[in-house]
Ligand binder design. Sequence first.
Ligand SMILES: Cc1cc2nc3c(=O)[nH]c(=O)nc-3n(C[C@H](O)[C@H](O)[C@H](O)COP(=O)(O)O)c2cc1C
Length: 173
Amino acid sequence: MNTRLDFIFTRRSVRKYLDKDIPAAMLHDLLEAGMAAPSARAADPLHFIVITERAGLDAIATVLPYAKMLHSAPAAIVVCGDPERAPGGLEPNLVQDGSAAVENILLAATALGLGSCWLGVYPHQDRIDGLRTQLQLPPRIVPVAGIALGWPAVVPEARTRYRPERVHWERWQ
Ligand SMILES: Cc1cc2nc3c(=O)[nH]c(=O)nc-3n(C[C@H](O)[C@H](O)[C@H](O)COP(=O)(O)O)c2cc1C
């Protein structure tokens, strides 16, 4: 592992958090990192819903099946796409733009000493509908993914998942 890439290898899914809030300035930094992600045709079709109220976090933990860590997380961000702002209005671009933003936020959180975990939403219709209701999203807005955030109570080991057999030079064979 190249130590200059530590911020990539130390990013792990963290699902246990300390009982400590995240300063607003740090949440701003994470949002700025998310908005710096690549965007098809620089359309920037994303919206970011920041949730810090306990009732809201608990509600999302019931809407998403694998998000129980939100019961102890001080914050979450739901990355959403607006098809009216995406080239061709196509959902696939939204999902790719949204995923790039999510990864930027996860890496930024790691660099700031925060723990984070990607919460799967798209394309599961029940999760999309649940978040649309809970977050009062306009019907056209597509929630792409959630991110649980908090100060890590456990710090998983840095690791590489490099697999030489998955690398193909020039062509498949
Ligand atoms: C599309 C996607 C959806 C995911 N959804 C969830 C989820 O709903 N809940 C969760 O706890 N982890 C979720 N994860 C995190 C993965 O479980 C995790 O990244 C994987 O186990 C590798 O571990 P690491 O993140 O520590 O490297 C998701 C990751 C991705 C990329």
